[in-house]
Structures are given as structure tokens and as C-alpha cells.
Ligand binder design. Structure first.
Ligand SMILES: Nc1nc2c(ncn2[C@@H]2O[C@H](COP(=O)(O)OP(=O)(O)O)[C@@H](O)[C@H]2O)c(=O)[nH]1
Ligand SMILES: [Mg+2]
Length: 365
């Protein structure tokens, strides 16, 4: 699973990347040169449950769930026309979801590629690049399908053709595909095409540190929310600069800094929680004296596949998943008490793992 950070130059992508990954990549007040090299890092997903279980078990090792994150450089207005769709697609194609950073901080020392602050306009401009990419892709594919059908082959492509026509109409109106709200079946029909404007998006409105809670910020967020219509997209306001500073502080210092700013917790936690959800991921937990750990799986994953995350031998030799919901475990106070209360279930291969399940896999090889 991979998150890609996109945005116009100087919107604060690298700053946010540093805040999320704890890395210290150089940020620049001038647009970075166009390059296909993304900065890549792992992001740990904050999870209070892991911290609490770790407090209870005092394991040798505590491991949070993680996802890969890439700071993608090279986006600019007009890039789809200038560099062509393959260049654009190459930048983002392997991201499962996108964090789209929008500049809303005023700072004369940081060049603004559009000349002046215009967060909603910038959002529309970048989405338009994705839309152009997808429109070209749609037209090329439709032409192919129509040619095949003229020759009397490709009847199985009827559904794909119908979905593509729907997509074309949407894209011609310069609207992203994610707003279409395609069904699972429709998505599957066009699944082989690398559409960009269909990827789920977390839009981060990067505001100045004194604008975190202002009317102007709320108005900007509302305008951008209207653009996305809540379909596979969430909009947050934060200050990437503050988040990056916070990420570099010791916990006590960070707490003081937050107090100074009048913020309850770093936006990082909310952003990552939301990103995790957009990726369609949930966590199950394993506990013990050696390790307390969160594992990410796609929502809907059966127990036997979840076992495979831990080890392929456990998947192969799967017998049962001894499962207790995190809340039940905490309410009972210990594994023994949870068992006495009848809260520890023995689940089979096909059991759909739920977020927060604490699982002990029984297996035999
Ligand atoms: N004042 C202010 N400056 C910021 C903020 N976020 C980023 N910057 C500055 O904007 C410039 C561009 O940031 P960078 O993360 O390199 O942008 P990128 O081109 O999107 O990767 C740098 O000088 C940052 O220090 C912010 O929230 N407030
Ligand atoms: Mg950058």
C-alpha cells in the first residue's frame, strides 16, 4: 500500500513528507526541478491500542502498522500538455491513494507558482491535469474497443465500453472520475487502466500557523469540499511547517509547543488515520511478551489471509484464529479474564477480520 503526496510546487509537499515520515529532506523556497525521483519513506500509523497493549504486555518490541509514502515531485500547471500523459502517469501510477497538498499559507519569501494565493483554484488546476491524463487514456481505449467491435470481436468489452463512455462524459466536463461514485463492478471493468483522477484523495490545506482556526480557513476548506463532493475525498487544514517541527521534538517539548499553539494534538495523527481509511485498511493486533504489533490488512480480509500477513507457514497450517475484540479485552482486563467472560472466540478460515481484533493464530505445519 502506498500513499503518494502530490501538489503544485511550493505547496509544502516535502515539508509534510518530513512531518509524516520523520525524515529531514531539504525543503526549498523555489520550485524543485522536474524529476521523476520521488522521496520514499515509511509512515507509522499512530494507534493508541498498540501503545496501551504494549503498556500491559511490556513486550521486547512494539511495532505499529506502517504504509509507504512517496513525496512526488514534478507536478505543475500544464504538465499533462507539456510532458504528456505517460510522464504524469509515471509519477503517480503506483500510489493507492493520494495526499494532495494545497498552498494556503501566505509567505512572500516562498515563491508562488501561480503568482498569488488561490487554494481552491490550485486544487481545480491540479485536478484538471489528472482529468486531461484520464481523458486521453479513455479516448485511446475507447477507440481500440470500437475498432475491435467493428471487426466483430470483443463483445465481452461491452461493460468496459459503457463505463468508459460514462467516464468520458464526466471528464469532458472537467470533473475527476472519483466524483462519479462508480460501483465496484464498474471499477473492476476499467481496472486495467491507470486512471489518476479516480484515486482516493486526502486534501491537505496547508495554512499559516496563525490561520489554523480562522474563518478564512473554514471558508477555504468548505470551498474545496464542495469541489470534491465527499466522494473518496477528505479535506483537512493544517500547517505542514508546524507538523514538521513537531515531528522533530521530544514528546515533552512537543506537548509544550502544542500548548503554546492551542492545539490538542498533532494533525499528523488525524491525517494518517484518515489516509489509512481511504486506503481501505484496518489493523488487527497480535500480543505477547516478545512483541505487540499492529498488522494492516484490507477491510474484508478473511482470517486465513490475515494469518499469511504474519507468516506464510501460519496461513498454510491454519487451524483457528483465537480472537478477542480489543474493547472486550480492555473491559475484561486480561486475556484470562476475557476468556472467562466468554469473549475469546475460535474463528475459522473464512472469518472476516475486524479492525482491532486481537488474534492468536493456531496452526500446525
Ligand atoms: N510559512 C510557511 N511556510 C511553509 C509551510 N509549509 C511549507 N513552507 C515553506 O514553503 C517552501 C516550500 O516547501 P516544500 O515542502 O519544499 O514544498 P514542495 O515544493 O511542495 O515540496 C519551503 O521554504 C517551506 O519551508 C507552512 O505551513 N508555512
Ligand atoms: Mg518538494
Amino acid at each position: 500500500m502506498k500513499l503518494g503526496i502530490i501538489g503544485l510546487p511550493n505547496s509544502g509537499k516535502t515539508t509534510l513528507f518530513n512531518a509524516l515520515t520523520g525524515q529531514g529532506i531539504e525543503t526549498t523556497a523555489y520550485p524543485e526541478p522536474l524529476s521523476s525521483e520521488a522521496h520514499v519513506g515509511m509512515v507509522f500509523i499512530p494507534d493508541e491500542r498498540v501503545d496501551r497493549l504494549s503498556g500491559i504486555y511490556q513486550p521486547k518490541k512494539t511495532t505499529h502498522a506502517d504504509v509507504m509514502c512517496a513525496d512526488i515531485t514534478g507536478f505543475a500547471r500544464g504538465i499533462s500538455a507539456e510532458k504528456g500523459k505517460s510522464a504524469l502517469a509515471a509519477l503517480v501510477w503506483d500510489a493507492d491513494a493520494v495526499i494532495h497538498v494545497v498552498r494556503a499559507f501566505a509567505d512572500d519569501s516562498v515563491m508562488h507558482p501561480g503568482g498569488a494565493l488561490d487554494p481552491a483554484g490550485d486544487v481545480a488546476a491540479l485536478e484538471l491535469e489528472l482529468v486531461f491524463n484520464d481523458l486521453e487514456l479513455t479516448e485511446t481505449r475507447l477507440e481500440r474497443i470500437e475498432n475491435s467491435m467493428k471487426k466483430g470481436v470483443g463483445r465481452e468489452l461491452e461493460l468496459e465500453k459503457a463505463v468508459l463512455e460514462k467516464c468520458r462524459a464526466q471528464l469532458e466536463e472537467e470533473k475527476p472520475l472519483r466524483n462519479l461514485g462508480l460501483s465496484e463492478e464498474e471499477r473492476a471493468a476499467i481496472g486495467s487502466l491507470q486512471f489518476l483522477s479516480v484515486k482516493p484523495e486526502l486534501v491537505v490545506v496547508n495554512v499559516g500557523e496563525d490561520e489554523l482556526d480562522s474563518d478564512e480557513t473554514r471558508a477555504t476548506v468548505a470551498a474545496i469540499e464542495e469541489f470534491y463532493q465527499g466522494k473518496d475525498a477528505l479535506v483537512f487544514a493544517l500547517s505542514a511547517k508546524i507538523e514538521m517541527e513537531l515531528a522533530g521534538l521530544e514528546p515533552e517539548e512537543a506537548a509544550l509547543f502544542l500548548e503554546d499553539l492551542g492545539i490538542a494534538e498533532p494533525a499528523r495523527n488525524r491525517v494518517l488515520g484518515a489516509a489509512y481509511e481511504l486506503l481501505g485498511l484496518i489493523s488487527f493486533l497480535t500480543v505477547g511478551e516478545d512483541e505487540v504489533r499492529a498488522w494492516s490488512i484490507r477491510r474484508g480480509t478473511p482470517a486465513v489471509k490475515a494469518a499469511g500477513k504474519v507468516h506464510s507457514d501460519i496461513e498454510r497450517g491454519f487451524i483457528r484464529a483465537e480472537t478477542v475484540a480489543y474493547e472486550d479485552f480492555i473491559a475484561a482486563g486480561s486475556m484470562a479474564a476475557a476468556r472467562d467472560a466468554g469473549k475469546v472466540r475460535l474463528e475459522g478460515k473464512d472469518y472476516t477480520v475486524a479492525d482491532g481484533d486481537i488474534i492468536n493464530f493456531r496452526f500446525n505445519i
